[in-house]
Unconditional design. Structure first.
Length: 700
């Protein structure tokens, strides 16, 4: 049974009044008529109030002892987490042709103020994103005659028609994400850099090609993947990075298109596994331009490797160049929620510099309060004045008890915004009158920083010359800021005491690893699996001293619709199978996600299909596994079942699903679901067929 923790005295104010009244006959028997309003009754109630106050303070003793115990253990409260996000900075002057380079920590203001985390070059261009959208089968059939004519005009044996389509129109984000692999014919996104007025085109191209310091300008492209992390891949121990290349267009003498690969200077997206900024070095002037877009001047405009045809002379007159983003290796999908330029990462913190926070009294264990709470530990620089030496920098330590007498060290309470100095036994204590100052410190955080799009608009900061920038730039926030969380409460910290005493900073049991993974800030977890003695890089089991933690991200749920129409039934069957082999709850055979290493059986899948309302009979289920670009059918085992066996660390991945009605299951998936990357130029990347634009009739 749990250990009860009794209160020192649980009597309430009404209980005390009642008890005092009950004692009247024993002490003052002559007072026989006790009524409210009597002087004696008022005295009794006043005494009860005083006793109740004393009991309240007495009952605080256990709470105080718990807090003292928590303090002695050295378990600080966890500070508030700062919300983070991305914004695009744009020039708000129509005739601007120069760039502005903002240094880090520029203020981005709204209902809650943020700061930029990195340097950003604000270039005088606007972004419009386009793609070569793949036509659905119904539209292809409707345009069959047009496609035949296009193949004859362009002398190609197989044309892959496309329609030039804006992506993220108006700069707005798409929470569901746009799949640049499945939704396009060339597996690419085309970023058009436009000027506001065609008269400024030459000047802007000159600006793009030459930095203020004489070096290359950096184009900052913000990217928000539609999922938090990449899907589980061959690299179990790390997130799979997306191999991408960035190319800028320029124009040959005859108007033909050519491309130059851009150098990627920095990438905080970590290979498109998280929201961040990619910084690209722009080339010299002769490698910045746009090829011919008019098919009457250049027949190949928009065909094959050319940029998507816009068929708008006014728009083309404002186009500085194209930036093409495409994968360099075969990937199945890549969904993006937003792409923007002049982008910079921001967080919900404020910076304080050169602030004196107090004078030393010469006593041991002095504490000084910082200008704010929830301090970003790595940004705190503290200096203490010493006689004849001026200000000297002190270092942060986790425990002064481990420091020597002369150590210039301090302990930081990040949540409370306090620093504590030594006692001249463990760590030095400054002489009386010596000042303590903060050179720089960033603080802030909380749930108030989780803002919807459009909340941040104003920008102010300094450029690389040190001049203040308070105009000419505005912020466009297309994505919400996320990750802000309040500081830990004392009650929550007390709940951590048992696990801290049991484990301290060690992970011993599988539950310890799950708990540490769950405490990772800013990550939404759907499931955590612990694999003892398993080394993922070499796929080796029974390795002493190795523990692997597999984290599956939280994603969208499934909404299975029941019905009795043919298409509805087939769709419900597909969703039922997907849900059955899904790795997160409510998927899997027991609703807890598919277990690691469990084989996939055709008999279990048949039961899942039979449960779908409207299914009269199941004619058969065939299982395949992918072998390169081909599908290999799994054979029946000795017990008559078909199973896809998995290693102890593996989960099933549903790569292709074909359902048919009124016939046996198909035995060849290659004919039904061809590989879109096959028959390429040796790299496996381009889709089969030559991309050809399908546009309205043009008047000559």
């Amino acid at each position: 049974m749990p250990i009860p923790v009794p209160a020192l005295d649980d009597r309430s104010y009404p209980d005390l009044v009642e008890e005092l009244q009950a004692r009247i006959p024993a002490h003052t028997p002559e007072w026989t008529n006790v009524r409210k309003g009597d002087p004696g009754d008022a005295i009794n109630r006043c005494a009860a109030w005083l006793i109740d106050t004393l009991l309240y303070r007495a009952n605080l003793i256990p709470e105080r002892q718990r807090l003292v115990f928590l303090q002695r253990l050295g378990i600080p409260l966890k500070p508030a987490r700062a919300a983070r996000g991305l914004v695009s900075l744009v020039r708000d002057q129509d005739d601007a042709t120069n760039e502005i380079v903002l240094v880090p920590l520029a203020s981005v203001q709204g209902s809650v103020n943020f700061e930029t985390r990195n340097e950003v070059t604000v270039l005088p261009v606007q972004l419009e994103v386009f793609c070569k959208r793949r036509l659905p089968d119904a539209e292809k059939q409707r345009l069959a005659g047009v496609l035949d004519g296009l193949q004859r005009v362009y002398h190609v044996t197989r044309a892959e028609p496309y329609v030039t389509t804006p992506v993220f129109p108006g700069g707005q984000a798409d929470p569901a994400g746009f799949d640049m692999i499945e939704g396009t014919v060339d597996k690419s996104l085309w970023l058009g850099l436009f000027v506001k007025d065609e008269k400024l085109l030459d000047a802007v191209r000159e600006t793009l090609s030459r930095g203020a310091s004489g070096g290359a300008h950096l184009l900052s492209i913000g990217v928000a993947p539609a999922v938090a992390v990449a899907e589980l891949s061959e690299e179990v121990s790390v997130q799979a990075r997306i191999p991408l290349t960035w190319e800028i267009s320029f124009r040959r003498a005859g108007g033909e298109a050519d491309y130059l690969t851009l150098e990627r200077v920095a990438d905080s997206t970590e290979g498109f596994t998280r929201q961040g900024v990619v910084r690209l070095a722009l080339p010299e002037r002769q490698f910045i331009g746009a090829p011919e877009d008019d098919p009457r001047a250049l027949l190949a405009a928009g065909v094959g490797d050319y940029p998507p045809r816009l068929d708008s002379p006014k728009k083309m007159a404002r186009l500085a160049c194209w930036i093409r983003m495409r994968p360099t290796e075969r990937i199945n999908n890549l969904k993006l929620s937003w792409v923007g330029i002049n982008a910079v990462e921001i967080d919900q913190r404020q910076t304080v510099s050169s602030r004196v926070i107090g004078k030393s009294e010469g006593t041991p264990n002095q504490q000084f309060r910082l200008p704010g709470q929830s301090v970003e530990e790595d940004t705190l620089i503290l200096e203490v004045e010493e006689p004849g030496l001026g200000y000297q920098r002190w270092r942060r330590t986790d425990d002064l008890a481990l420091e020597g007498r002369d150590a210039r060290a301090f302990v930081l309470d990040s949540e409370g915004g306090l620093v504590r100095l030594g006692d001249r036994v463990h760590g030095w204590s400054p002489d009386p009158g010596m000042q303590v100052r903060v050179v720089t410190c960033r603080f802030g955080g909380g749930e108030a920083g989780n803002l919807p799009p459009g909340s941040l608009t104003k920008v102010s900061g300094k450029d690389i010359t040190g001049a203040t920038v308070q105009g000419g730039i505005k912020a466009e926030q297309r994505l919400p800021t996320l990750g802000g969380a309040r500081a830990e409460t004392i009650a929550e910290a007390e709940l951590r005491i048992p696990s801290w005493i049991r484990n301290q900073n060690r992970a011993v049991t599988a539950e310890d690893y799950r708990r540490l993974a769950a405490e990772t800030p800013g990550v939404q977890l759907g499931r955590v699996e612990v694999l003892p003695r398993f080394k993922p890089q070499q796929r080796m089991s029974n390795v002493p001293g190795v523990v692997s933690v597999m984290v599956l991200p939280l994603s969208v749920g499934l909404d299975v619709q029941d019905g009795h129409g043919r298409e509805e039934i087939l769709n419900a069957v597909r969703e039922s199978i997907r849900l059955f082999v899904w790795s997160l709850p409510p998927g899997g055979p027991d609703g807890q996600g598919w277990p690691l290493g469990r084989a996939v059986s055709d008999r279990e899948l048949e039961v899942a299909v039979a449960r779908v309302p409207g299914v009269k009979a199941v004619r058969g289920i065939l299982l395949f596994e992918q072998d390169g670009s081909n599908w290999r059918r799994l054979r029946t085992t000795t017990d008559g079942a078909v199973r896809l066996t998995l290693q102890a660390w593996e989960l099933p991945e549903l790569r292709s699903l074909v359902t048919v009605e009124g016939a046996d299951a198909p035995t060849n998936l290659t004919l039904v679901a061809p590989n879109p990357f096959a028959d390429g130029n040796g790299t496996g990347m381009p889709a089969p067929g030559i991309p050809v634009p399908v546009v309205p009739d043009m008047c000559s």
